[in-house]
Write a protein that binds this ligand. Structure first.
Ligand SMILES: Nc1nc2c(c(=O)[nH]1)N[C@H]1C(S)=C(S)[C@@H](COP(=O)(O)O)O[C@H]1N2
Ligand SMILES: [Mo]
Length: 369
């Protein structure tokens, strides 16, 4: 029986508003209207799984091993981790690298996410750096490798996903081994009892159900770390072109992006009314600089005020009023720019696996007299 059938009732109960993708693994995303809050509620947060969910394990029985290129290989219980290290929280956007993939033309392989594979939560845990330093990071370490018990559908011998981080990101203070989400114990669907939180990096780097970290002298080569998996071409590749693996590098910091959460696609407004437009903008590592909104399909743009976010890795809210001036179709758009001048492209930048689509979103509606 496809695993999804077993877990689906659980998902429906915990996250009733999510659209479940027709895949063997459990993957689901919310309607954008559910993403209107600065902190995305857990019941509206997307989930992404590359394989079967692992069997539930009581927190007291969970172990995290640190090994590889360390002075002192260590095994921790969750309670020991909480006792030994300072507990910290970071508010950060978690976005799947495949978010928005359904908009690529020609279509690429992979889950056809709409725009909802993103959310912003308060993550609580211990700094990965503190745990690694306690084990003694050898000077030759360049990468971490993360391991979890979840397996590919129908292939119990193959890990679903085993990703890692460049050591600089692993030792950076925002990177956590998290056990809490929005003030609650980290839910099993989100990787509880322990997951990696790598703010600014794609969701693939946020290893769930973390049970082992191996420090390495080379880039990690685990499941979904090879070939073109979670990699972008260094120089652009045309659809159908032969792919040279040497032209691909691992996705690290996510690009600048914005999301309109209201109005919804297909909205109707009355002539003369002011349409309330709300949304969020964020950027992986380069600070966010500005957001502009267009109420006329991109013919003209107006800068909007960005509200303060909860720290550098949170998304920032914005709001605008767009006048409903003419009866007929209307398209509302938002375009974010980062501090280095990168802004969201109007068209998706095509790549073979359909990653990092940060194209300007277009919400279409109608103005009626
Ligand atoms: N063990 C494990 N960790 C994982 C995955 C997975 O399949 N297995 N998927 C990754 C991907 S691709 C994403 S986008 C995020 C999704 O996190 P969420 O399900 O908490 O939203 O988890 C990441 N961590
Ligand atoms: Mo992802």
């Amino acid at each position: 029986m496809p695993h999804r059938l077993v877990e689906l009732p659980l998902l429906r109960r915990l996250k009733p508003g999510l659209h479940v993708h027709d895949e063997e693994a459990l993957n689901a995303e919310p309607a954008l209207s559910l993403l209107g809050e600065a902190i995305t509620p857990i019941d509206a947060f997307f989930i992404r799984n590359n394989g079967e969910l692992p069997e539930p394990v009581a927190e007291g029985n969970w172990r995290l091993a640190i090994d590889g290129e360390v002075e002192r290989p260590t095994v921790w219980t969750v309670a020991e981790l909480k006792d030994a290290f300072e507990t910290v929280s970071v508010t950060a956007v978690l976005e799947c690298a495949g978010n928005g993939r359904s908009q690529f033309e020609p279509a690429t392989d992979g889950l056809q996410w709409r725009l909802g594979a993103v959310g912003c939560a308060r993550w609580t845990g211990v700094r990965l750096a503190d745990v690694l330093r306690a084990a003694g990071v050898k000077p030759e370490v360049v990468y971490t490798g993360h391991h979890s018990p979840d397996r590919q559908i129908g292939k119990p011998e193959k890990a679903a996903l085993s990703r890692g981080l460049p050591i600089a990101k692993a030792l950076s203070p925002e990177t956590l081994i998290a056990f809490g989400m929005n003030g609650e114990p980290l839910p099993r669907l989100h990787g509880g009892p322990l997951r990696i939180v790598a703010p600014g990096y794609p969701g693939s780097a946020w290893q769930k159900w973390l049970e082992r970290i191996t420090l390495r002298k080379d880039e990690h080569d685990g499941e979904k770390m090879r070939g073109t998996d979670y990699r972008l071409p260094i120089s652009l590749v045309a659809p159908g072109e032969a792919l040279d693996p040497a032209n691909f590098s691992v996705i690290t910091d996510m690009p600048v992006k914005s999301l309109l959460t209201a109005p919804e696609d297909g909205f109707e407004a009355r002539l003369g009314e002011r349409i309330r437009v709300t949304g969020f903008a964020w950027s992986g590592a380069i600070p966010l600089a500005s957001v502009e909104v267009s109420g006329n399909g991109g013919a003209s743009w107006r800068e909007v005020r960005l509200e303060q976010g909860e720290g550098p890795f949170a998304w920032q809210r914005f709001e605008a009023q767009v006048p409903a001036e003419r009866a007929g179709p209307i398209a509302i758009m938002a375009r974010a720019r980062d501090a280095e001048g990168n802004s969201q492209p109007l068209e998706p930048v095509w790549n073979p696996r359909g990653y990092c689509n940060n194209q300007v979103q277009r919400v279409e509606g109608r103005i009626v007299a």
